[in-house]
Ligand binder design. Structure first.
Ligand SMILES: [Zn+2]
Length: 60
């Protein structure tokens, strides 16, 4: 199960559409920004396929 979400890149402040996999209750991974190519850390939680929390931050 996937859901599209809009996030703001913590580096370049561009709005990005990302696909989140909600089949896993907790995710924590790094993905490069599509605009500035810097590493964004994604952390989110979901319950029964519904997004319950989403946080993005600069990977250090
Ligand atoms: Zn960026």
């Amino acid at each position: 199960m996937q859901e599209e979400a809009r996030i703001t890149c913590p580096f370049c402040w561009e709005s990005l559409d990302v696909l989140l996999d909600l089949s896993v209750p907790e995710q924590d991974y790094i993905e490069d920004c599509q605009v500035c190519c810097r590493p964004i850390r994604f952390r989110y939680t979901s319950e029964d396929g519904v997004l319950t929390g989403l946080e993005v931050q600069q990977d250090t």
